[in-house]
Design a protein around this ligand. Structure first.
Ligand SMILES: *Cc1c(COP(=O)(O)O)cnc(C)c1O
Length: 365
């Protein structure tokens, strides 16, 4: 692991202003005072590990990322526990995943210990930016966004010889203001986010860019999220643009499509599958046809549906709408859905003991 040099901001945010932000942070709108940075060049490899003042980047207009989207990112959170200490959740999974994503996007591998230190050094310096939950319903955190960009100025098409890695931090409020309400999901038929051999399993900006047109389609149909099916046959459920899908059956199966080249291996998804048995649920990973959801929801065998990911934890799904039909899952979040949600949150906020090694301490109070 390489030590990160600290270069502190001379004009840090005034405590009163920071407090005002932390009281109503929203999501992804405000950023802490610093950011981590590591530089990569072909000659030197990764070097110049530092935590520096948060601020705009200087990029040459010919920087490869701006033209060819050679970029990957991650998303995880820092949680403040009751004793004031700050923790994160299974960060080694994000460290491994950014390297799987980087490999696919022809970006260099980052040492996993350096990934962890880039987060620890930043959160430790900016720990006053981690909101303190008022009670167990207060799902506040410091959202961490590591990302890696191709920064070489060169318009030829090949992997960049210069890369920069950063971590920025953004205080986040409860994703759902005013209680957890099931959302409507739009089943898109035309637009695909990934396919066999594509980049669906990688966390890269390009996948998100490719999904935005479908989000507009969803909004036009009164839906908040998009459900994608497989590119080859449009038969199988894959995932939402940024969250994995789970279904619950009447006899206690927690059903989800297996991860593949097209489906991202979510840390939340995997953790819920691992927690399922202790809640009396049987985790089942197998291909699921859209028709199975429709038929078995109609017959009362599929009783709950939700989306899961770090940002919103678990989002209950009330409806799946397509141009031809609507699958109705009810207006209230399901019982298993809410049980899984509180079990995970209790571990993340330190109110319950999780499996060994899931929580990693980043800073004392
Ligand atoms: C980040 C992401 C998820 C959720 O992953 P988590 O590790 O649970 O946050 C799911 N799908 C896509 C496409 C994503 O980018």
């Amino acid at each position: 692991m390489t030590e990160f040099q600290l270069r502190k901001r001379q004009d840090p945010t005034a405590p009163a202003l920071r407090q005002a932000v932390l009281e109503n942070p929203g999501f992804g709108e405000y950023f802490s005072d610093h950011m981590s940075h590591v530089r990569y060049t072909q000659d030197q490899g990764w070097h110049a590990h530092e935590v520096i003042p948060y601020g705009p980047l200087t990029l040459d207009p010919a920087a490869a990322v701006l033209h060819y989207a050679q970029e990957v990112f991650e998303g995880l959170k820092a949680y403040r526990h009751a004793d004031g200490s700050v923790w994160t959740f299974r960060p080694e999974r994000n460290a491994a995943r950014i390297n799987r994503s980087a490999e696919r996007l022809a970006l260099p591998q980052l040492d996993e210990a350096d990934f962890l230190e880039s987060i620890r050094a930043l959160v430790s310096l900016d720990r006053d930016w981690v909101p303190t939950p008022a009670d167990s319903a207060d799902e506040v955190s410091l959202y961490l966004r590591p990302f890696m960009i191709a920064s070489e100025s060169f318009l030829g098409v090949r992997a960049s010889h210069e890369v920069d890695y950063y971590v920025i931090a953004s205080p986040a409020g409860a994703y759902f203001s005013g209680g957890i309400k099931p959302v409507s999901i739009w089943l898109t038929e035309k637009v695909k986010r990934s396919g066999q051999g594509g980049t669906g399993f990688a966390k890269c900006g390009g996948n998100y860019a490719a999904s935005l047109a479908a989000s507009a389609e969803a909004a036009d149909s009164g839906c908040q999220q998009v459900m994608f099916t497989d590119a080859a046959t449009s038969t199988y459920l894959e995932e939402l643009g940024g969250m994995n899908l789970m279904l619950v059956t009447k006899d206690g199966e927690l059903l989800t499509p297996p991860v593949s080249e097209a489906i991202l291996d979510g840390v939340t998804r995997r953790s819920l599958l691992e927690l399922a048995p202790q809640l009396g649920l049987t985790p089942v990973e197998r291909p699921i046809e859209v028709a199975e959801w429709r038929d078995r929801a109609a017959s009362g065998e599929i009783v709950e549906a939700f989306a899961c990911g770090t940002a919103a934890v678990i989002t209950p799904i009330g409806q799946l709408k397509s141009k031809d039909y609507t699958i109705d899952m009810g207006e209230e979040p399901g019982e298993a859905t809410m049980k899984l949600r509180s079990t995970l949150l209790d571990i993340q906020y330190g109110r319950a003991e999780g499996p060994e090694g899931w929580m990693v301490k980043l800073a004392e109070s």
